[in-house]
Design a protein around this ligand. Structure first.
Ligand code: S3P
Length: 746
């Protein structure tokens, strides 16, 4: 069999340290070059490299090889950073200008400067590079052909780097399994100073300090986890790190000065016994580290900071059996942070939803100076700052995918003395905010939106808000809550009339925090909610029930799957949220409640659902606001029911995280279900469900609804872009597997 011609003729690696020898080995193992030649001043290194199969052949110097190198050959400079100029001098004097030159030094500014010095100007054949890989080990003995797999290699081509040279260096690294990115020399040096160089200097410095203490033997004997984790990199090559410190002097000094100043403040706080400063700093750092950890776990692309798209693949024939507890209620979790922050004293939250939406709210309040501990296994402690204690955020507040976050925060921010900006992700940026911005403007708030009332919201603080009596044109708990929160900052009574009952968590939690709120029934399902501004909220304990909106997926799973039996524990059954129970029961579902109790002003129960044949119904419009988030999965129930199900009066579904009427109709049709969208609802005729590839439309609830459909599908269902499931239900896939749904995440 004939071998593919190697893309590179001769690969010459000058300097066989860890990186150089690992690259040589990878190139040999993967057949990336016709021949791999090692150059080192030390003959012992060359002997070892040959012996260990790292290289094909040795050379004592580049000069000795220069005559045989031509276009298609690549010289990799793998020597310590401060030795690079000498090798570049040799290149300039000896190498043909067609030979590609690259390097692996951790600092790029000094390499380009050295090339300019050797050549007069950086030559087209030079493509500086830096593999972000390594270990504290050094030398040929540590050579690892897999070292670069999945790691990043940053190339910093200069203005005159030749395209063919760049392509060859890219191909070399990609061939080693690395991910190649490009950036400017200055960006590279600044970023690496902060993320790599400084941590190494800190580790060296800490170990040195401890080693210098008199009792160092004893100290090292007792130095366990923390010390070991933090100082692993202090075992790195001293010459290399001396070179990096000197070569990247200005970028390193800048970040070192910043850290020194922060360190002095930390020292001051410890000296002064300022526990609050310490808790604030540690909590902020803990949250940033957890966020970073999650990014790493999700395999984020560090260039774009956007997650790799997740795909759900579902095989038919799964079951729905077991007892599970779904995560905490999203609506209540958002409000626990907001009201906890605006309260006097401490609020301890348990059962908090550790989903992206509620975490975004938590971060927003941290950014306004509120100390918040956690979340840790659903426990969060909010150190309230009172209604007037928020501080101006230094950057726009990013609430991610969360409509609740943005609309409720708009109400809070309208009443602050400082300016603020609210931004969200692509889905949220397309959603209507005029429904809160307009009535807030009537109260005297100054809020600029993008065209069509879309985010970002730019809020000018320092306004005197006036109370408002507002009749909402739509039944929206977010609008109601927004105006009530703004009402806290008005003198006098603010009232909101809702055309139909919507979730009342804000009212319940305000009352739980000792703030009077009046709800009056005006007849015909119309409610008027009012409060007077200027009061005080008192922090307390909040036990967040499990989210009925998340439970709904498993309720439907059991309702449509023969032989199923699922119990969902500790679910919030607030009467303004139980539309899904009412609708499923009207369709014939077998649902029983037990362990009914009240926790912190919210009713909870265990919900058991067993299979029973469903029938199509005309859904009572009064149930729409009470089941507003559960329709995607209710449509799946309808697809499994006998006869036709008709939904009307649900226009609001068109402005959720996606247009949920269209998204579900499109997906159901792909699966072979007769689903016809209408202006304010849908008609679905129950029948067989096939298989196919459906879009989640970046909407968590659409993704999860189609996953449930697999229980009655005849073949595989693939759902694209399921990342947003983490906004409300980060453990969905885990729990789905637990009850027997055949889900794999790709
Ligand atoms: C929510 C209210 C509802 C709901 C959303 C959460 C809340 O939105 O769809 O998921 O927490 O107040 P609307 O107020 O737009 O109906």
């Amino acid at each position: 069999m004939q071998r593919e011609p190697a893309p590179i003729g001769k690969l010459v690696v000058v300097g066989l340290g860890l990186i150089g020898s690992s690259l040589a080995l990878a190139a040999r193992q993967r057949g990336l070059a016709g021949e791999v030649i090692g150059v080192s001043r030390r003959s012992s290194t060359l002997d070892l490299a040959l012996q260990q199969g790292v290289i094909d052949r040795v050379a004592s110097s580049l000069t000795a090889l220069a005559a045989e190198l031509q276009r298609g050959d690549v010289v990799v400079i793998g020597v310590p950073t401060l030795t690079v100029p000498a090798v570049l001098d040799e290149c300039a004097a000896q190498l043909d200008s067609a030979v590609t030159i690259t390097d692996v030094a951790s600092v790029k500014g000094s390499v380009v400067a050295a090339a300019c010095a050797s050549y007069g100007a950086a030559p087209p054949q030079l493509v500086p590079g830096h593999p972000i890989a390594g270990s504290e080990k050094s030398g040929v003995n540590a050579a690892d052909g897999g070292l670069f797999v999945g790691h990043r290699v940053i190339l910093t081509p200069h203005a005159d780097s030749g395209a063919d040279h760049l392509a060859r260096v890219q191909a070399l690294w990609q061939g080693c399994g690395a991910m190649v990115t490009e950036m400017s020399v200055a960006d590279h040096d600044e970023i690496l100073a902060a993320t790599s160089h400084l941590p190494h200097f800190l580790a060296f410095s800490l170990v040195d300090t401890l080693a210098g203490l008199r009792a160092n033997r004893e100290i090292f004997r007792y130095a366990a986890g923390g010390f070991r984790d933090f100082t692993r990199i202090a075992a790195s090559d001293p010459v290399m790190w001396r070179d990096i410190a000197l070569a990247n002097r200005s970028a390193v000094l800048q970040v070192l000065d910043q850290l020194t100043a922060d360190f002095a403040r930390l020292r001051g706080a410890i000296d002064a016994g300022d526990g609050s400063y310490l808790l604030d700093l540690f909590t902020r750092a803990q949250s940033a580290r957890q966020h970073f950890g999650q990014l790493l776990e999700q395999g984020l692309d560090s260039d774009t900071m956007s997650a790799k798209p997740l795909t759900f693949r579902l095989s038919p024939g799964g079951s729905a059996v077991g007892t599970i507890r779904v995560p905490g209620d999203k609506s209540i979790s958002h409000r626990s942070i907001m009201l906890g922050a605006l309260a006097e004293g401490m609020t301890e939250v348990t059962g908090f939803l550790e989903g992206e939406d509620s975490i975004a709210t938590l971060r927003a309040f941290r950014a306004m100076g509120v100390q918040i501990e956690g979340p840790q296994q659903g426990r969060v402690v909010v150190h309230g700052v009172g209604l007037h204690g928020l501080k101006a955020p230094s950057a726009p507040l990013d609430v991610g995918n969360a409509g609740t976050g943005m609309r409720l925060l708009a109400g809070v921010l309208a009443g602050q003395p400082f300016d603020s900006v609210l931004v969200g992700d692509a889905s949220l940026s397309g959603r209507p905010m005029g429904r809160v911005a307009d009535p807030l403007a009537e109260m005297g708030a100054v809020i600029a939106t993008e065209a069509g009332g879309r985010p970002p919201l730019r809020i000018t603080g320092g306004q005197m808000l006036k109370p408002l009596n507002y009749t909402m044109p739509m039944a929206s708990a977010q609008v109601k809550s927004c105006l009530l929160l703004a009402g806290l900052y008005c003198e006098g009574e603010t009232s909101v009339v809702e055309p139909a009952p919507t979730r009342d968590h804000t009212e319940r939690m305000l009352r739980g925090f000792g703030y009077p709120v009046v709800s009056e029934q005006l007849g015909g399902g119309v409610t008027r909610v009012s409060l007077r501004g200027g009061g005080t909220l008192r922090g307390g304990r909040i036990d967040v029930p499990a989210d009925i909106s998340s439970a709904a997926f498993f309720m439907v799973a059991a309702a449509i799957t023969p032989d199923s039996d699922i119990t969902l524990q500790h679910i919030g059954i607030n009467p303004t949220r139980i539309g899904v129970l009412n609708i499923l029961r009207a369709m014939g579902a077998d649902i029983t409640l037990s362990n009914e109790a009240e926790v912190g002003g919210e009713p909870v129960a265990d919900i058991r659902v067993r299979y029973a044949p469903l029938r199509g119904i005309a859904i009572d419009e009064a149930q729409v606001p009470l089941a507003i988030d559960e329709f995607p999965v209710l449509f799946v129930a309808a697809a499994c029911a006998e006869g036709e199900t008709v939904l009307t009066g649900a226009h609001e579904l068109r402005v959720k995280e996606s247009d949920r009427i269209q998204a579900m109709a499109d997906g159901l049709q792909i699966l072979g279900v007769a689903a016809t969208p209408t202006a304010d609802g849908i008609r679905i005729v129950g029948g067989a469900i096939g298989g196919g590839r459906v879009a989640s439309c970046h909407d968590h609830r659409i993704a999860m609804a189609f996953a449930i459909a697999s229980l009655r599908a005849s073949s595989e269902i693939v759902i694209d872009d399921c990342n947003n499931v983490a906004t409300s239900f980060p453990t969905f896939a885990e729990l789905a597997l637990q009850v027997g749904i055949k889900l794999s995440v790709e």
